[in-house]
Design a protein around this ligand. Structure first.
Ligand SMILES: [Zn+2]
Length: 406
């Protein structure tokens, strides 16, 4: 194809993408309204919409009254959200989560398989292949109706190549998950860092993405991760390492982290760090309330029992959790000072507790003395579900932005 031909092709993709984005964000509307919103000629809209209707990406809905010209009818169009299904895969501990979803990010079915550290990519590919077969079979969906597979994996990921560079011990280093899964599933696969997929899921599902915003998305759980969104686009960094808040050093000469460095935020503030510290001091005398809740069995220490003991003010548990939240807040403050985000979205089961959010706000007010952060802190609108929505949103986002192509 000559340069002119290529340019025509890319203009077509951009125009189709603008049409799909407008419908996705604002819902069904007439061709005329789309032309007004995106500033394209009616002729260009008509040609592109006709093509997408023929391909099954867009459907015509009922007639609506043209408000400006009485008596004249317009036909509304919308994205055909039943065009195809999407598969999402979240690879992190404790579970691999396989999700069957629709183009509007609705979750149809979820299948989970627990994994352990060091499981390796061959076993992971097998688990995913079997899981995808199970989820398609039990929903009677043919492979041809899958648009693509979005994968979120913990750690350093080169999203352009689909390579997991370092998953902190779940699989071997520098494995092309994209290539391995495409071979095994015979479907198109796109891969990114897990927290970045969660952030993308949050922005796409909020449909609040028409304003160009800069957000900080924080995931707090087994580890502490984040994603940076600038003007509604995920910023990955030169080496795809941007946003690793959990591996910023908060305590030089501190404990060794799973990344190999010493004194990372994760070594103090993550759930595993908190759990580890509590297990070391656990006894009837030092942690009496937790001891009661866990029936004196150390194996019953988990996120829920720790939070319960924290709520009931078990002194030593409170000290450890408060220290974790303090270092977390300090790291967050530094991050905010560098990036100046419009909002900070907090995601993770810890943040479902008002007590924890209130504690973080108090730290910002009493200790850090930064009051402006309080109004920017927000809970995710999808608490508990982004591991499902996030990976499918990689495919939905590509589909919409690339004018129906992946
Ligand atoms: Zn680290």
């Amino acid at each position: 194809m000559d340069t002119k031909g290529r340019n025509m092709e890319s203009i077509k993709i951009i125009n189709r993408g603008e049409i799909l984005k407008t419908l996705y964000n604002s819902g069904q509307m007439s061709r005329k309204r789309i032309a007004e919103l995106i500033g394209l000629t009616s002729a260009a809209i008509t040609v592109n919409v006709k093509e997408m209707i023929e391909e099954g990406l867009i459907i015509e809905l009922g007639e609506v009254e043209d408000t400006k010209r009485a008596g004249r009818k317009e036909i509304n169009i919308d994205i055909n959200y039943n065009y195809k299904y999407v598969i999402g895969i979240c690879i992190e501990q404790p579970d691999i989560i396989i999700t069957l979803g629709k183009l509007n990010l609705n979750v149809v079915d979820v299948y989970k398989v627990p994994i352990k550290k060091g499981v390796g990519y061959k076993k992971i590919v097998k688990i995913i292949k079997d899981g995808v077969d199970i989820i398609l079979n039990r929903n009677s969906i043919d492979k041809d109706y899958i648009l693509g597979v979005g994968v979120g994996i913990i750690g350093e990921v080169d999203s352009a190549l689909g390579v997991s560079k370092n998953s902190f011990g779940i699989i071997e280093k520098n494995i092309s998950i994209k290539e391995e899964l495409e071979k095994s599933l015979n479907m198109k696969v796109y891969v990114d860092n897990n927290v970045r997929t969660l952030a993308l899921g949050e922005i796409l599902s909020s449909k609040d993405n028409t304003n160009k915003e800069s957000l900080l998305f924080i995931k707090y759980g087994f580890g502490v991760g984040s994603a940076i969104i600038i003007d509604n686009k995920i910023y990955s960094g030169y080496n795809s390492r941007a946003g690793e808040i959990g591996h910023t050093i908060v305590y030089p000469n501190g404990l060794e982290c799973r990344c190999g460095k010493y004194g990372c935020l994760e070594t103090i503030s993550s759930m595993w760090a908190v759990g580890d510290k509590i297990q070391k001091i656990y006894s009837k005398d030092t942690t009496p309330i937790l001891y009661d809740i866990t029936y004196g069995d150390i194996k019953n220490i988990n996120k829920d029992t720790v939070l319960m003991a924290y709520e009931l003010k078990d002194n030593r548990v409170t000290e450890i959790v408060d220290e974790a939240l303090y270092y977390f807040s300090v790291s967050l403050e530094n991050y905010i000072s560098l990036l100046d985000p419009s909002r900070i979205i907090l995601y993770g089961s810890m943040f479902e507790k008002d007590l924890i959010i209130d504690k973080i706000k108090n730290i910002f007010i009493d200790k850090i003395k930064d009051y402006s952060v309080i109004e920017k802190l927000q809970r995710s609108q999808n608490n508990g579900h982004l591991e499902e929505i996030g990976p499918i949103s990689i495919i939905v986002n590509r589909f919409i932005s690339n004018g129906g192509y992946l």
